[in-house]
Every structure is written in structure tokens, then in C-alpha cells.
Design a binder for this molecule. Structure first.
Ligand SMILES: [Zn+2]
Length: 100
């Protein structure tokens, strides 16, 4: 059977943060079980930049947290076009190692 209607119990609200300005974007609903990998980047319109930018997805109780985003953002792991230089797991674990 095709599931056409979205059951509200099966969706989760993801936050998006702009890789360019670091501001929070417009949240997007995701169907549970169909989420992307942690720290997924998605092209969305940023209200602050007034253009489409890559935004990092942060899910409630997800593996990729706002802390991880800030480490990447402030540590310079995003290029000016919003692409990731290193996989976030590597980048964040290296960063935490250096901090010690
Ligand atoms: Zn922005």
C-alpha cells in the first residue's frame, strides 16, 4: 500500500544552520526512518544571507549536534561554497583531541 499521507507521529523536525553565516534557518519536517546521515548538508534559502546556501541538518537526539556544527563552523571546515572539507566525525574528533 502506498503511504501518501504523512502521519504526524512519524515525523521529526530538523533544524538547519547555515554554513555561511552560522544562523539558524527554517526547520524542515523529516519522516522518521528516512532521515539522512548525521550532519547532512542541504541547499536551503537562508533568510540572513538572502540566497541559497548549504545548511547543516541537526535532528533532535541526532548524532550530529549544534556543538558539532559550531566546531565545524568556527574551525573552518566549510568552504565558502558551503562544502565540507573533512568528514565531520574526523574534524570534530581531531578538534577535541587538540583541545586536551
Ligand atoms: Zn546564511
Amino acid at each position: 500500500m502506498a503511504r501518501k499521507t504523512k502521519d504526524i507521529r512519524n515525523v521529526t523536525l530538523s533544524d538547519f544552520y547555515c554554513t555561511k553565516c552560522g544562523m539558524k534557518g527554517i526547520p524542515v519536517f523529516r519522516t522518521i526512518g528516512q532521515e539522512r546521515e548525521p550532519g547532512h548538508l542541504k541547499k536551503l534559502f537562508c533568510l540572513h544571507c538572502q540566497e541559497e546556501t548549504n545548511m547543516a541538518e541537526i535532528r533532535p537526539r541526532g548524532k550530529y549536534t549544534l556543538d558539532d556544527f559550531w566546531i565545524e563552523y568556527q574551525g573552518g571546515n566549510f568552504t565558502s561554497s558551503g562544502d565540507r572539507i573533512e568528514p565531520w566525525k574526523n574534524f570534530v574528533s581531531n578538534y577535541k583531541k587538540e583541545e586536551k
